[in-house]
Design a protein around this ligand. Structure first.
Ligand SMILES: *[C@@H]1O[C@H](CO)[C@@H](O)[C@H](O)[C@H]1NC(C)=O
Ligand SMILES: *[C@@H]1O[C@H](CO)[C@@H](O)[C@H](O)[C@H]1NC(C)=O
Ligand SMILES: [Mg+2]
Length: 259
């Protein structure tokens, strides 16, 4: 008891905490000042920590956004931060692409994922809890079949640059073949007007994880002589596996997880 008391005394007379001194002050200033507080706690994590752990693939195989973080994720997606984070990815990808020596044989390709990479389902998710509601394939597929997804502006910027540099575009998506026509039309309508391959899941792919399916399709590309110089997606399953490409770029997506 005495020991505890004297310990408390030491604490109360201690100099100002480290957090009050530089350089911590500087780090503190980096916190968003408006529009995106780190939200409530979920299992002892702030929503910001949860999102970071999700983006870094440290938290895996999660089903839905924690209820406590619905407003936080919505705020992130609809506020400026999602756009800024996507722009940072596109800027790096463009700088990398510009440094490539593109072959004259037309065999250099860049792989683009579609959902939450080229086309945005944010209008759908905004009405369905930003990923806090359980995935509903019926209503989601109905939304896809409307063919009204907007482009992700930052990915469109990368896409145009990639084409300008003479790199060919391949889309590989977890969408199924019955959605080929609507997907192609939607891509064209929003500015993705050309590609050499638009690869969708066939019946023989059902049951495969995205990592396996996408790896197989990339391997096929490489076996037919293409060089995958770049690969961009919002899921780690777009970017892991075999023949991932010379560089991969991960876009933010705190709304859902596909293994
Ligand atoms: C899924 O969406 C459909 C179409 O909107 C709806 O009829 C159905 O009730 C939903 N299922 C669940 C489990 O919410
Ligand atoms: C890209 O990756 C392939 C396969 O790993 C490798 O042979 C090639 O040298 C790489 N190209 C560049 C430009 O790094
Ligand atoms: Mg995707």
């Amino acid at each position: 008891m005495l020991a505890l008391l004297s310990f408390l005394l030491v604490l109360s007379t201690a100099p100002p905490s480290l957090c009050d001194r530089p350089p911590f002050r500087v780090i503190h200033l980096l916190r968003p000042q408006t529009g995106s507080s780190d939200g409530p706690n979920v299992h002892g994590l702030s929503c910001l920590s949860w999102r970071l752990a999700v983006e870094t693939d440290n938290i895996r195989d999660w089903d839905t956004v924690p209820m406590e973080c619905e407003a936080y994720v919505g705020n992130y997606m609809l506020g400026h931060q999602y756009r800024k984070d996507s722009a940072a990815v596109a800027d790096e990808a463009i700088a990398y692409a510009k440094g490539l020596e593109v072959g004259r044989d037309g065999k250099d390709v860049w792989v683009f994922d579609i959902d939450e990479t080229s086309l945005s389902n944010l209008p759908y998710y905004a009405k369905h809890g930003f990923g806090a509601e359980a995935y509903n394939s019926t209503s989601f597929n109905a939304w896809v079949l409307e063919g009204k997804q907007p482009a992700l502006p930052e990915t469109l910027r990368l896409y145009k640059e990639v084409l300008r540099l003479g790199i060919k575009v391949v889309f590989i998506t977890g969408r199924t073949k019955d959605q080929t026509r609507v997907t192609g039309a939607n891509l064209k309508n929003v500015g993705f007007h050309t590609w050499i391959k638009l690869i969708l899941k066939g019946s023989s792919d059902s049951g495969k994880t995205a990592v396996v399916y996408k790896s197989e399709r990339r391997t096929k590309l490489v076996e037919s002589g293409y060089r995958i110089v770049g690969n961009i997606g919002d899921q780690w399953s777009d970017l892991l596996g075999t023949n991932t490409g010379n560089r991969t770029f991960k876009l933010p997506d705190p709304m859902y997880y596909i293994s």
